[in-house]
Write a protein that binds this ligand. Structure first.
Ligand SMILES: Cc1cc2nc3c(=O)[nH]c(=O)nc-3n(C[C@H](O)[C@H](O)[C@H](O)COP(=O)(O)OP(=O)(O)OC[C@H]3O[C@@H](n4cnc5c(N)ncnc54)[C@H](O)[C@@H]3O)c2cc1C
Length: 523
């Protein structure tokens, strides 16, 4: 162990996923001094492995999760305005089929089985339409268009599907570049004065004389530091219980349920920009989403994941499940051989005692532990990407009593770095970027604007030809972009850049990936 240094702050956050970074940003903006420690890459765990939707969660209506759905529906547009570069509206086509059934433990299916036993668990079209009516109206839409009925023999979306699907509903939700969301929250927190430590693990924390004493270990240098904080927030996602038990040496009545979800990526299956919402005969649903221009993303699964020490990966059984599920709908069936990439994450769900992983609540639960004279601890259980900002506000509300001078909530009308422009200006700004840097192809301008928004101009500053951006790591990635990500978005290793801040790994050759790794090691 090398020698320790002592640092003291109001708030120390364990975990640099979306919930930890969202809390750090909100807190520092209200005047607290904040340090956050993330043991790997920022947003490198669950928050990079989601389906990447800001959504109300249509499916959760069947579980009567009205609070969560309403909050998420309202948040979609708040978040879209905050970050119109990395988030955008999408239309979802839900083909109707008389064979699709409820998951039989949902409150809705139990009610329907009681009222309409002859339906034998089938999910009737009128009920889906009712759900979509609620979906359109629970959350006060202003930007996103509402639900419409479509004929699959007339609409472009029908072309990719089997001819047996005749009708569909079409509704709105939003896409979000999940890892960028985390990196930009962390960057904004840092710009406002928070200390963001990546590749830094909390190895121990204990209460000492009304403060928290936190021991950190740098995962690269193995250097150890001691920090002090008035309040500790445990936002370790799937590791929340590991932190409570093995880092804080405490017991908790509350538990986390680890539910793995996997996605597969296949070459583009259709030529339009809509997504599909497919219902299965097992009561589950999956999405099929246009992805990274040339691909289609399909997911997800719901499987209990026994141990957080086991890295989540998409098993062959999960891959085959997704391939078979999607092939029930697509005219041209897909096969496991079509899968070019897959990823997997573990949902840190609050354990509400349900039998089935699909049914476990997706809502968040905050548990504050404190009494006179002992330093407060706030444990965060659950929480969707979509609700991260509201979760952060709720977390700050829990700890507000310890900081009498705390400023009021502020994030709803803020912008993330690069995102301070109106939602409707995206196309105009992409054109402007391409005309200001006329060596950019349309697709390159679009990709850079979607990744950096107004900061794309800073990234490209002074360049009048592609060569001015330095070394090229394959078709799309330049040295200038790599350096920008290192300086601003906490990137250190090749995977941070090619699989998280961007998905250029899907297009780069093995040779270019190796060159990038070597460049990062020596420069
Ligand atoms: C398959 C799947 C699909 C999903 N799809 C969606 C979706 O479309 N929309 C949506 O809204 N939500 C979605 N979610 C949910 C959402 O992704 C998660 O709820 C959210 O990302 C959880 O964020 P988090 O910050 O709590 O956890 P994480 O992102 O896992 O962050 C916790 C962090 O804590 C760090 N950590 C742990 N222990 C320590 C320690 N001792 N010291 C330092 N750091 C530590 C970890 O390295 C990790 O980075 C999905 C989840 C999954 C798995």
């Amino acid at each position: 162990m090398s020698k320790s240094k002592t640092k003291e702050v109001d708030l120390f956050v364990i975990g640099g996923g979306i919930n930890g970074c969202g809390i750090a940003r909100d807190a520092v903006g209200r005047g607290l001094s904040v340090t956050l420690a993330e043991m790997n890459d920022i947003g490198g765990a669950t928050s990079s492995s989601s389906t990447k939707l800001f959504h109300g969660g249509l499916r959760y209506l069947e579980y009567f999760e009205f609070r969560l759905v309403r909050e998420s529906l309202i948040e979609r547009e708040v978040l879209l305005r905050m970050m119109p570069h990395i988030s955008w509206p999408m239309r979802f086509v839900l083909p109707l089929s008389s064979e699709m059934r409820f998951e039989n433990s949902t409150p809705t299916s139990r009610l329907l089985n009681f009222l309409m036993p002859w339906a034998k668990g089938k999910r009737p079209a009128w009920l889906i339409r009712l759900g979509l009516f609620l979906y359109d109206n629970l959350g006060g839409r202003k930007i996103l268009p509402g639900t419409s009925n479509i004929s699959l023999s007339k609409d472009l979306a029908g072309n990719a599907l089997k001819k047996s699907f005749k009708k569909a509903f079409e509704y709105s939700d939003c896409w979000i570049e999940d890892n960028k969301l985390v990196a930009l929250n962390a960057l904004d927190a840092k710009n406002r004065g928070a200390k963001i430590l990546t590749r830094t693990k909390v190895i121990e924390a204990k209460r000492v004389e009304g403060f928290w004493k936190i021991i950190l270990e740098n995962q690269i240098t193995r250097e150890v530091e001691e920090h002090h904080a008035k309040v500790l927030i445990n936002a370790a996602g799937p590791w929340v219980a590991d932190v409570i038990n093995s880092k804080l040496h405490l017991n908790s009545k509350d538990n986390i349920r680890l539910v793995r979800g996997s996605h597969i990526v296949v070459p583009k299956l259709y030529d339009h920009d809509k997504c599909y919402f497919f219902q299965g005969t097992d009561g589950r649903i999956i999405f099929s989403i246009p992805y990274e221009y040339d691909f289609t993303l399909i997911g997800t699964t719901d499987n209990d994941h026994d141990d957080i020490k086991t890295k989540p990966t998409c098993s062959d059984a999960e891959r085959d499940y997704l391939v078979n599920f999607a092939s029930q709908y697509f005219a041209k069936e897909i096969s496991p051989k079509d899968v070019v990439w897959s990823y997997s994450g573990v949902r840190p769900l609050y354990d509400d005692g349900t039998e089935n992983a699909v049914a476990a609540t997706r809502d968040y639960v905050l548990k504050l532990e404190h009494s006179a004279g002992i330093a407060p601890l706030l444990n965060i259980f659950g929480g969707k990407i979509t609700t991260y900002r509201k979760l952060a506000e709720a977390a700050i509300l829990e700890i507000a009593k310890f900081f009498p001078d705390l400023k009021g909530s502020w994030t709803a009308n803020s912008s993330l770095p690069g995102g301070d422009f109106p939602v409707q200006d995206v196309a105009k700004l992409i054109k402007k970027l391409q005309s200001d840097f006329n060596f950019l192809t349309e697709i390159r301008a679009k990709r850079l604007f979607r990744a950096y928004g107004l900061n794309a101009w800073e990234l490209l500053k002074g360049a009048s030809k592609l060569e001015d951006l330095g070394e090229q790591f394959g078709e799309f990635l330049t040295q200038r972009e790599v350096e920008y990500l290192r300086k601003n978005e906490f990137a250190m290793e090749a995977d941070d850049i090619i699989w998280r801040r961007t998905k250029l790994g899907l297009k780069m050759s093995a040779h270019d990936k190796k060159r990038l790794s070597e460049y990062l090691k020596i420069s």
